[in-house]
Each structure stands twice: as structure tokens, then as C-alpha cells.
Design a protein around this ligand. Structure first.
Ligand code: FMN
Length: 368
């Protein structure tokens, strides 16, 4: 098993045996690098057929042809948003981008847990910084929704100022922005989820958007490691602002479902299958608290069934990353087919009709 969707891409390219053999010998980060490079060079076949009308919808007033997104962290430097959308994603989120370039944590910092279809990462916002990414995004036409995920430099004197800089820089170059305060790998970052800190952050971020005079939707990405009191606090603060939506969730510091496996005790955030139930429950619990505010559900989606479950728990759209590593891009096609079947079986016309049908069951732990 390799940490790269490239195995799936190469399957499409019919050079499977060679590609697999070559990639199996690469460490996870090198395999990931090879995949992003292949995408950026246009070596990946585009989806040939248009998406079926059942998959079309909207989030924050933005129309999508399908509700499946590439989660942040895969294309941190905006090298391949166009290729990812052409491959079949309805949404592509690049970043996290910080104002200044930074190296991230020492390697190794990315670990496969193949027995659990999971990954642990402590990348630490390695990225090229705002300006390089902005140069890449200028003039790129992405055949899907483009999100830019913004963060703070690890050694920043003022985290909030870094998010404000992100809004100012990218407001005019994205369909939506994500304020990521939930990475476990930048010390102190998750503290921005607490009441007063969150109030100040969102106040300044939304003031920067108003100043930019471009009403780009701004979403807040939160951690799954929050109890109900913390969720109450976030919902209260968010609903008092004109924030446009939430992304639930980032990786977890928990190790449920992986104890005893190789690498399970590595420091960092856990993603993939073992995150599914926790992140879906938090999504439903937030849905109950924020009414119709748009939510993107992310965490452990690895099949048509789990994609459908995210929608039913209350997500208006979904994102995934880790499962792509294990399943390859054919997963996106399979999820689409499964969602079309679900829409038809439910007689609801489009995916919007599936949203929130099981929110209470997920929120209260009867599902998951
Ligand atoms: C290697 C790796 C790097 C990530 N980097 C980021 C990041 O820079 N910003 C961010 O908001 N989320 C990041 N994430 C979190 C994902 O966007 C997503 O929230 C999480 O992995 C759960 O989804 P999944 O189980 O489908 O992977 C990263 C995840 C992985 C596996």
C-alpha cells in the first residue's frame, strides 16, 4: 500500500504494474509529491462524462456539479486545482496557506496505517506561502468550486493577523475561503476555537472581507475533539456573525480504532476510516446547533455509503482525502454512482433532498 492516489491514477493509465512497483518503494511523502506533480503536469485523465443532474446543488450560493470535494492538505500549494476538478471533484480546497513560506515539522511526519485505512500526519503547515500560491492561482480556471484554506505561521506574533492577511490576499481568487483553526500540528492554533479568541478572530476576518469589498463566502474548519459545551460556544459565536458556513472536521488527536497498530502512537492528527464516526457525530451535533447554515462534512468518507451518511447527518457537501490514498480516484466515481442511486431511491430529485435525514440519530449516537 502506498500513500498516494497515484496508484489509482496509474491504473487508469494502464501502467499499473510498473507504477505500483515504483511507488511502493517511495516513502509516503515522496509518493504524495509524485502524485501532485503528475496532476500538475496534466498526466491524469479527466472525467469524460458530465455529472448527472441529480448531483448538482449549491453551497453558500455557489453552484456545484457534484458535492464531493478534495479536502485541504492534499494540494497545499495550489499546484493542481484544475486537474483535481477535471478528475471529477465538484469542489477543490487548496492550502493550508500561511503568509510566509514554512518548512513544517521534521520528517518523517506522515505515517500510513494501512490496516485501519488511516493516516497520522504532523506536517505542520509546510507550504510555499501566500505569494507563490497566489501566482499559481492567478488566471487559473478551475472547472469546479475553488476553496482556499488559510492558516497562521507557526512563529507568528499574531495568529489573527495571519488570517486577515489570507482574506485580503485570496478574497478575489477563490470561490470560498476556509479559516482553519483546527490543525493539531501548530501549537496553540486550536485555542482559537475558544469563545473570546474565536469572537476576535471572526470579527477581524469578516471585517477584512468587508474591506476587500468582495463577498467571498468564509467557512470555519473545526476539530472533532470538542465536547458539547465547546460546540455550543462555537455555534453561539458563529451565529452572531455573518460567517457563511462550517467544515466539520479536521483530524483527531484521538486514537480510537488504531491502538496497537504500527505508527499509532506517532504524534499528529489521525484521519481516514477511524475518524468517520466521530467526525460525522460532530457534524450532526453542529447541524442541530446552527440550523440551515451550510456545512461541509469531512472525515473518514471511504465509500458511497459513508458519503451518503455524511449528507444524511447534515452535510450540504462532503470532502475526503485519506481514502483516496487507499482507494485511488475511482472512489470518486463510485461515490457519485452511489449518490445518484440514493437520490433516485429516495425520489428526492437531487442530493439536497438527502441532507439531514438522520441528523438526530447521528447526533445522539444511535448511528455510528
Ligand atoms: C497529510 C494530511 C495533511 C493535511 N493537511 C491539512 C491542511 O493543511 N489543512 C487542513 O485544513 N486540513 C488538513 N488535513 C485534514 C484534511 O483536510 C481532513 O480534514 C482530514 O484528513 C479528514 O478527512 P479524511 O479522513 O477524508 O482524510 C490534512 C490531512 C492529511 C491526511
Amino acid at each position: 500500500m502506498i500513500l498516494s492516489p497515484l496508484s489509482g491514477l496509474l491504473r487508469i493509465g494502464r501502467v499499473e504494474a510498473f507504477g505500483r512497483e515504483a511507488l511502493a518503494h517511495l516513502n509516503p511523502e515522496l509518493a504524495h509529491r509524485a502524485t501532485v506533480t503528475a496532476l500538475s503536469l496534466g498526466l491524469v485523465p479527466a472525467q469524460e462524462e458530465a455529472d448527472p443532474p441529480e448531483l448538482a446543488g449549491e453551497i453558500c450560493g455557489l453552484a456545484f456539479s457534484n458535492p464531493i470535494g478534495m479536502a485541504a492538505g492534499f494540494d497545499k500549494n495550489a499546484e493542481a486545482p484544475r486537474a483535481l476538478a477535471a478528475m471529477g471533484f465538484g469542489l477543490v480546497e487548496v492550502g493550508t496557506l500561511t503568509p510566509r513560506p514554512q518548512q513544517g515539522n521534521a520528517k518523517p511526519r506522515l505515517f500510513r496505517l494501512p490496516k485501519a485505512d488511516a493516516v497520522i500526519n504532523r506536517m505542520g503547515f509546510n507550504n510555499d506561502g501566500h505569494l507563490r500560491a497566489l501566482e499559481r492561482l492567478r488566471g487559473v480556471r478551475v472547472p469546479g468550486l475553488l476553496g482556499v484554506n488559510i492558516g497562521a505561521n507557526k512563529d507568528s506574533a499574531d495568529f489573527v493577523a495571519d488570517y486577515v492577511a489570507g482574506v485580503t490576499t485570496f478574497a478575489d481568487h477563490a470561490d470560498y475561503l476556509t479559516v482553519n483553526i483546527s490543525s493539531p500540528n501548530t501549537p496553540g492554533l486550536r485555542n482559537l476555537q475558544a469563545d473570546e479568541a474565536l469572537k476576535r478572530l471572526l470579527g477581524e476576518v469578516l471585517a477584512a472581507r468587508a474591506k476587500a469589498k468582495i463577498r467571498v463566502p468564509v467557512l470555519l474548519k473545526i476539530a472533532p475533539d470538542l465536547d458539547e459545551t465547546a460546540l455550543d460556544g462555537i455555534a453561539r459565536v458563529v451565529l452572531a456573525t455573518d460567517l457563511d458556513g462550517l467544515i466539520v472536521s479536521n483530524t483527531t488527536l484521538g486514537r480510537e480504532g488504531v491502538t496497537g497498530l504500527d505508527h499509532a502512537t506517532e504524534t499528529g492528527g489521525l484521519s481516514g476510516k477511524p475518524l468517520f464516526a466521530l467526525s460525522t457525530r460532530r457534524l450532526a451535533q453542529m447541524r442541530q446547533r446552527v440550523g440551515t447554515l451550510p456545512i461541509i462534512g469531512v472525515g473518514g468518507v471511504h465509500s458511497p455509503e459513508t458519503a451518503l451518511a455524511k449528507l444524511e447527518a447534515g452535510a450540504d457537501a462532503i470532502q475526503l482525502y485519506t481514502a483516496l490514498v487507499y482507494e485511488g480516484p475511482g472512489l470518486v466515481t463510485r461515490i457519485k454512482a452511489g449518490l445518484v442511486d440514493a437520490v433516485r431511491a429516495a425520489g428526492v430529485g437531487s442530493v439536497a433532498g438527502l441532507v439531514g435525514r438522520s441528523t438526530a440519530d447521528w447526533a445522539e449516537g444511535r448511528l455510528g
